[in-house]
Design a protein. Structure first.
Length: 122
């Protein structure tokens, strides 16, 4: 299976349980892995035979603008919207990292990862 990756997409957003997280916001890093057959486009060199990275990027940005308490909810929405737009995808894995979580100690971030397999469309 072929894969498309979007790596370390940095977006400023306002998610969290604490009220200040919804006011101050922070940066999030997103990594997406999508499984899709890319052999047709490998031969054709035609954008119509594949999924545009830009379209995936747009979906992620739109969903990140919608405030949520939990990153799991955000990831679930993003995965659903991507699959809704591109049902030829057979698998999506999405990792979201909150770069400055309001917790003690120094850390690179706190992350969740959600993945889903889809039945192939015949």
């Amino acid at each position: 299976m072929s894969k498309i990756f979007l790596e370390d997409l940095k977006i400023y957003a306002y998610h969290g349980v604490l009220p200040e997280e919804n006011i101050i916001g922070t940066y999030y890093l997103l990594n997406a892995e999508l499984h899709i057959d890319l052999w047709k486009v490998a031969e054709s060199d035609d954008l119509n035979d594949t999924i545009s990275y830009a379209d995936i990027n747009d979906i992620i940005h739109k969903e990140m603008k919608i405030k949520s308490q939990l990153l799991e909810h955000v990831a679930g929405r993003i995965i659903s919207k991507i699959y809704e737009s591109f049902p030829e995808i057979s698998y999506i894995k999405l990792k979201i990292t909150k770069t400055s979580p309001p917790m003690q100690g120094e850390m690179k971030g706190a992350s969740i990862e959600l993945e889903k397999s889809f039945k192939p469309n015949n």
